[in-house]
Design a protein around this ligand. Structure first.
Ligand code: GLU
Length: 494
């Protein structure tokens, strides 16, 4: 059987990284098995529909390089790929279940159901519409003939008729065999009063019609699996394989990672920005390759210590046996560490193409931008760090006075005067490094003191990239001015 998997988000707002991780695992599974990766929009719930979500989802997938083989944008042989455009199919398929007695019309008004629910609540019970009490309600099973008026006015829902006391045998590729009694499943609504299918019904029908071989989705859908299996059984269809991915947990492990956690902790939980309200990993200076790499490690490992994988390496290595059962904690520091690895090894020219980099370096000309990136890219964890790492190029930091006081004990004036002399004589600052190092060794000047003098001059403090590279980047004139400035500062602070 050809591997066909689908990512089936509901367009109810921006795509959380948990959803993106589901998309990634579907993609990896499809590509590993030479199969097809499908995007399907589950947009039948009009009340939860949020404009712009579909475009956002598509853009997030494209940013990460997870291009669907079939989907609303590029089509395919099993479309339409938006459930709202498949209404006639659901109407056709629900009739099969009505005709074979697996589903029935129910006409109870919302008020009647609310009363029943309240009654159960008073007794401390959860209300269930099912085999034990369906005879107490208004439906096509309790009425001798179908209420034609209700049906023509569309004032009904269609429910699955769940048989009591049956054992539902399920199998999850990650969790193994699961047995559930049908008494725990109520007569779920399959078609709503607005004529739209519920998620459960549309999901099963579409997975069947789109020839999905393996359903890969988040663990939050595991409780729906018994119901889905009953719907497959009601049609007499063979169910696909199922794989429920572990939840993505808050950094402290206590519950599912939410947008609020991101707001509180100051980290993104969405791939890209959503309208002007929320910024994503992209806007926070992440490379999409790093995000993909990090997401792959949220619930999967290669069985060894390896942590850096390109998308094609992931495709090669991905194996469902490497997916863990337990929740995966979100770790922003690790995400940044992975991003750091990617920034460091990405060609400066490629980094320069990114709008985020261009925005952060817009004060410099192209040549200087390139040099800056070459100088600092191994030091930064996100592109945002460029702000801090490059500010000294325009203006040095205020002197770190503690370091200045320490330096003063080592006769830095002699060093700084020599630096000025060498800089003045060295037109292109090409021999600068060699000459100063030779001079230091001949004059018993500690290399450490020389470096500190240069660093304080150029940066204002003792951190930053290689001092000689900084000097080349600043150029002779600016470097000279900064050394003279430190010399003056030292004399004034005597
Ligand atoms: N529409 C569901 C969601 O929003 C999809 C669940 C599934 O993949 O079956 O996550």
């Amino acid at each position: 059987m050809k591997t066909r998997v689908r990512f089936a988000p509901s367009p109810t707002g921006p795509l959380h990284i948990g959803g993106l991780r589901t998309a990634l695992f579907n993609y990896l599974y499809a590509k590993k098995n030479k199969g097809v990766f499908i995007l399907r929009m589950e947009d039948t719930d009009q009340n939860r529909y949020v404009d712009g979500s579909e475009v956002y989802i598509q853009e997030s997938l494209e940013w990460c390089g997870l291009l669907p083989d079939e989907g609303p944008k590029n089509g395919g042989d099993f479309g339409p790929y938006r459930q709202s455009e498949r209404k006639s199919l659901y109407e056709k398929y629900i009739q099969i279940l009505i005709n074979n007695g697996s589903a029935y019309y129910a006409y109870d008004s919302p008020e009647e159901l609310a009363i029943a629910r309240e009654k159960s609540a008073k007794k401390g019970e959860t209300f269930v519409y099912g085999s034990q009490n369906r005879h107490l309600f208004k439906n096509s099973l309790t009425k001798s003939s179908i209420d034609k008026d209700k049906i023509s006015s569309g004032d009904y829902v269609i429910r699955l008729k769940v048989e009591p006391e049956c054992e539902i045998n399920l199998f999850d590729e990650i969790r193994g065999a699961i047995k559930v009694s049908s008494d725990l499943v109520d007569d779920k609504i399959l078609m709503k009063a607005d004529g739209m299918p519920t998620y459960h019904f549309a999901n099963v029908v579409d997975d069947k019609l789109m020839k999905i071989s393996t359903v890969i989705r988040g663990e939050e859908w595991l409780p729906s699996l018994p119901l889905h299996k009953l719907i497959y059984d009601a049609f007499g269809w063979e169910a696909p394989k199922f794989m429920h991915l572990p939840l993505i947990l808050k950094p402290n492990g206590g519950g599912k990672l939410s947008k609020r956690d991101g707001d509180k902790g100051g980290y993104p939980v969405f791939p890209i920005k959503w309208k002007s309200e929320i910024s994503g990993f992209r806007e926070n200076g992440f490379l999409s390759k790093a995000v993909v790499n990090y997401l792959a490690l949220l619930g999967w490992n290669n069985g060894d210590e390896r942590e850096i994988f390109s998308l094609s390496e992931l495709v090669n290595c991905f194996n469902s046996t490497g997916i863990q059962k337990g929740g995966a904690r979100f770790d922003y520091e690790k995400a940044k560490w992975i991003n750091h690895q990617y920034i460091a090894k990405t060609n400066s020219n490629d980094l320069l193409q990114l709008p985020e980099t261009q925005k952060l370096l817009k004060g410099f000309n192209k040549e200087k931008q390139f040099k800056i990136l070459a100088l600092v890219k191994e030091r930064i964890y996100t592109l945002e760090d460029l702000k801090n790492e490059t500010s000294f190029i325009i203006k040095p930091f205020p002197y770190d006075e503690k370091s200045v006081r320490k330096l003063k004990k080592n006769n830095p004036e002699k060093i700084l005067n020599k630096v000025i002399e060498v800089l003045k004589a060295d037109k292109e600052i090409t021999g600068f490094k060699e000459e100063l190092l030779n001079w230091a060794s001949q004059n018993k000047v500690k290399i450490g003191t020389l470096m500190q003098s240069l660093r304080l001059s150029f940066v204002g403090r003792l951190t930053g990239p290689d001092v000689f590279d900084i000097c080349t980047l600043l150029g002779k004139d600016v470097s000279l001015k900064r050394v003279q400035r430190l010399l003056k500062h030292l004399s004034l602070s005597k």
